[in-house]
Ligand binder design. Structure first.
Ligand SMILES: C[S@@+](CC[C@H](N)C(=O)[O-])C[C@H]1O[C@@H](n2cnc3c(N)ncnc32)[C@H](O)[C@@H]1O
Length: 274
C-alpha cells in the first residue's frame, strides 16, 4: 500500500539516521547516482545560482560545486537529519568551496523562495509526494523559486518509461516490478500538461538511465534472477558507455526504459495566471 505524507517523511528520517552520510541513505545504486549527476551537470551554467530541492545528504550539490566554476548552491530537504548529514559531507570541500554551498531544512510544499534562482533541480524528490495535487503544488513552488527565463531540471521517475521497462522484462519472462510504497511515479499525461499550464516550457527529456536500467533490471536479472546486480562491472560499463556517448554529442540513444528521466524546462517570461 502507498504511504501517506507523514509515513514518507518518517521513512526518510529513518534512512538518514540509519545510513548517515553514505550514498545508501538515498539510493541503492552508485552507478545511477553517477548518471544522475552527469545528466544534471550537462545543463548547469558556470556562475549560476542553483537551488537543489530534496537534496538528501548533499551528494548532487557537492558534485556541482566541485565541477562547475563560480556557482552557488542552496540545498534544501524536509528531513533535518538529511541536512545534518549534508553539512557533514560538505566538509570535504575546500574552505572556498564551502562558502559557495549552504543547506537548509525546508519542505518543497512551503518553499520560501521567490524568483531567486537561475536553476532549480530536483532528483527523485517530487515522487515522494504520493498525491498528485501535492506533486502539482511542489512543481508550483519550484517554479516560483526560479527567475523568469530560469531553468528547471526535474529528475523524477516516470510511470510511462517504467511501463516500458516492465514490457522488456515480460519479453524475457520476468515478472513486473512495482514502485516502492513511498513513491508515486509521475503520470506524464497529467504532469507535463500541468507544467506547461504553469508557464514551464519543456525543452527536452534526457533518458540517461535507459541502458543502465535495461542491463540492471532486465538483461542481467534474466540471466541470473537469484541475485541483485547493482554496480556489477557490466552496469559500470553501461553507465560509462552512456556518459561517453553523450559527452561526444550522441545524446542518449538507448530508448526510454529507465525509471528516472530528466525533464528540462525553461520558465516562460510570459505571465501565467494563478
Ligand atoms: C531519493 S532521495 C534523493 C536525495 C537527493 N536528491 C539525491 O538524489 O541524492 C529523496 C529526498 O527527498 C526528500 N524529500 C521528500 N519529500 C520532500 C519534501 N516534501 N520536501 C523536501 N524534501 C523532501 C527526502 O527527505 C529525501 O532526502
Amino acid at each position: 500500500m502507498t504511504m501517506n505524507y507523514g509515513q514518507v517523511k518518517k521513512h526518510w528520517d529513518s534512512w538518514a539516521k540509519e545510513f548517515g552520510t553514505s550514498l545508501r541513505a538515498t539510493t541503492k545504486s552508485m552507478t545511477i547516482k553517477q548518471l544522475e549527476i552527469f545528466a544534471l551537470m550537462k545543463h548547469l551554467v558556470p556562475g549560476s545560482k542553483i537551488l537543489d530541492v530534496g537534496c538528501g545528504n548533499g551528494y548532487n550539490g557537492i558534485a556541482f560545486i566541485e565541477n562547475i566554476p563560480n556557482i552557488t548552491v542552496v540545498g534544501v530537504d524536509y528531513s533535518k537529519e538529511m541536512i545534518e548529514n549534508a553539512i557533514l559531507n560538505a566538509q570535504k570541500l575546500s574552505q572556498e568551496q564551502q562558502k559557495m554551498i549552504g543547506f537548509e531544512v525546508a519542505d518543497v510544499l512551503t518553499l520560501p523562495y521567490n524568483a531567486e534562482f537561475d536553476i532549480v533541480t530536483t532528483d527523485r524528490c517530487i515522487i515522494n509526494l504520493t498525491d498528485i495535487d501535492l506533486q502539482k503544488k511542489a512543481i508550483d513552488n519550484c517554479c516560483k523559486a526560479l527567475k523568469q527565463g530560469g531553468v528547471f531540471l526535474m529528475l523524477e521517475n516516470s510511470q510511462q518509461t517504467y511501463r516500458n521497462q516492465n514490457d522488456a522484462r515480460a519479453a524475457v519472462g520476468l515478472s513486473k516490478r512495482n514502485p516502492p510504497s513511498f513513491n508515486l511515479f509521475f503520470d506524464e499525461e497529467i504532469i507535463l500538461p500541468y507544467c506547461s499550464s504553469r508557464g514551464l516550457d519543456l525543452l527536452q527529456i534526457d533518458d540517461f538511465g535507459s541502458l543502465h536500467d535495461l542491463m540492471l533490471y532486465v538483461i542481467l536479472t534474466a540471466a541470473d534472477p537469484t541475485k541483485d546486480h547493482y554496480d556489477e562491472p557490466a552496469i559500470v560499463k553501461a553507465a560509462e558507455v552512456t556518459m561517453n556517448l553523450s559527452a561526444q554529442g550522441c545524446g542518449y540513444p538507448f530508448g526510454s526504459f529507465g525509471q528516472n528521466r530528466l525533464y528540462i524546462f525553461r520558465k516562460s517570461t510570459a505571465e501565467t495566471n494563478g
